[in-house]
Structures are given as structure tokens and as C-alpha cells.
Design a protein around this ligand. Structure first.
Ligand code: ATP
Length: 239
């Protein structure tokens, strides 16, 4: 049984169907990426999974349960955690306070479990440890992205949703973020990723789905898609 399954998912904004009958699965332990041009429906799909956008047709299954009617905050409690779009770092809070906000809605059973996870996040992001008392608003873009991912980890995700974590970052920082995403996945966290950076995303994903105007047009192993001539031409800028 997949951890996440979307069946014939349709999501509309008014009369416009942004997502039109998408079906996809994410198995436990997988890193799965959605790629596609601007407006293809990637973010909308993520919103339907996190529950901030209602479905107009189809269903969303998580761990064998139909969650279409489960509210967004209850999905967090099930373990569906999204690192916020556009990072959403609280500018007036320190790095540490920002990380603590992650477990606000999904608390730890014990203080020790909390401390262990915080320590783990600071190990994953040594940069954040160095800057733990710095205000969120003064961090670089890359550091803010680290806070956003670290904060999501503090909510102990079973499924981590990442929407364009590389957006607006310099090439070296992008590589760093992708390395950490692979590491988090390697430790057993299932990840659904939306990315414009197809090269990095495909090379690190178990599988990927390519979206065009709200539909899945192709799916396969990340490495196979990376080698696919049509994918190369359309998404990797290679003719
Ligand atoms: P991008 O890579 O540019 O973020 P995307 O693949 O994530 O694109 P979506 O953001 O899901 O695409 O948008 C899909 C379609 O839905 C687009 O045509 C967009 O204009 C439309 N759309 C998105 N959000 C809204 C909204 N709040 N109201 C109306 N239309 C919307």
C-alpha cells in the first residue's frame, strides 16, 4: 500500500481546473518529484495533499485512509507536513524559535524526544547551529530555506512536502539544499518534492511525474527521465 495515493484528483479555482484528473503514488521511503512548467499545477497538487485547497473530484489517500475531508491541521497530526511556500520564516524570531514553531501543532511525547530532534536538525544544518540566536529576517535566502525545512522536520513528518526549495538560491546553495534533501530521505522520511530544477531533482528522485496543463504526461524513474530525449529538450534545456 502506498503511503500517499492521489486518484483522479481534480482541483479548481472557480471555473478553471488547475489540476485535471491526476493519479499518482508515493511509497513509504521514496523521494518523488513533480516537475513541469510554470502553471502546470504542481503547487495546486501539493495544496490538495496538505489540505489547504479542497478537491473538486477524486480522492487523496494517506496510509490507507481517505483524507479528502480531513482538515489541514489534522493532516499535520497524521504526519503530512509542508515546508511553507516562500519559506515563511518568522522575521522577528530567532532561528531556534523558528525551529520550535515546527512542533507547536504536533508536540513531542517527551522533552527528551524533542531535544533529540532539535539536535538532529542542528546536525543536519550546522549553519543554523552557528546562527541559532540570529533573527529570521536577517538570514540569507539559503539559510531561510534551511530553517523552513528544519522547522518542518520538527513536526516529525511521515510525508514531507517541499515546494520549490531551490527557488531563488545560488547554484552552490542549491546543491547543498538538495544534498540535505537526499540525506533526510536516506534517513527514512518520505518526500514529495516540487521542483523547477529538473536536473538536480531528477538525479536525486526515485521516481518523478511530469505535469503539463494540470495532467500527468509522463512518469518514470528519475534517472530514466533524465536520459529521456523529450524530457531533456523540454525541461533540461538540452536539444
Ligand atoms: P509554478 O511553477 O509557476 O509555481 P505550478 O505548476 O505550481 O506553477 P500552480 O501554481 O498549481 O502551478 O497553478 C496552476 C494553475 O492554477 C495556473 O494556471 C494558475 O494561474 C492557477 N491558479 C493558481 N492559484 C490560483 C488562485 N489562487 N486563483 C486562481 N487561479 C489560480
Amino acid at each position: 500500500m502506498p503511503l500517499l495515493e492521489l486518484k483522479d484528483l481534480t482541483v479548481s479555482y472557480g471555473r478553471i481546473e488547475a489540476v485535471r484528473g491526476i493519479s499518482l503514488t508515493v511509497e513509504e521511503g521514496e523521494l518523488v518529484t513533480l516537475i513541469g512548467a510554470n502553471g502546470a499545477g504542481k503547487t495546486t497538487t501539493m495544496r490538495a495533499v496538505s489540505g489547504v485547497r479542497p478537491l473538486s473530484r477524486g480522492s487523496v489517500w494517506f496510509d490507507g485512509q481517505d483524507i479528502a475531508r480531513v482538515k489541514a491541521h489534522d493532516r499535520v497530526n497524521l504526519g503530512i507536513v509542508q515546508a511553507p511556500e516562500g519559506r515563511g520564516v518568522f522575521p522577528g524570531m530567532t532561528v531556534l524559535e523558528n525551529l520550535e514553531m515546527g512542533c507547536y501543532s504536533r508536540t513531542f511525547p517527551t522533552r527528551a524526544a524533542h531535544d533529540e530532534m532539535l539536535e538532529h536538525v542542528l546536525e543536519l544544518f550546522p549553519r543554523l547551529r552557528e546562527r541559532k540566536d540570529q533573527l529570521g529576517g536577517t538570514l540569507s535566502g539559503g539559510e531561510q530555506q534551511m530553517v523552513a525545512i528544519g522547522r518542518a522536520l520538527m513536526a516529525r513528518p511521515r510525508l514531507l512536502l517541499l515546494d520549490e526549495p531551490s527557488m531563488g538560491l545560488a547554484p552552490l546553495v542549491i546543491q547543498q539544499i538538495f544534498r540535505i534533501i537526499s540525506e533526510i530521505n536516506g534517513e527514512g522520511t518520505t518526500i514529495l518534492l516540487v521542483e523547477q530544477n529538473a536536473q538536480q531533482a531528477l538525479s536525486r528522485s526515485h521516481r518523478a511525474y511530469i505535469l503539463e496543463t494540470g495532467e500527468v504526461i509522463k512518469t518514470g524513474a528519475g534517472k530514466d527521465l533524465l536520459a529521456d530525449p523529450a524530457v531533456k529538450e523540454a525541461y533540461l534545456g538540452v536539444a
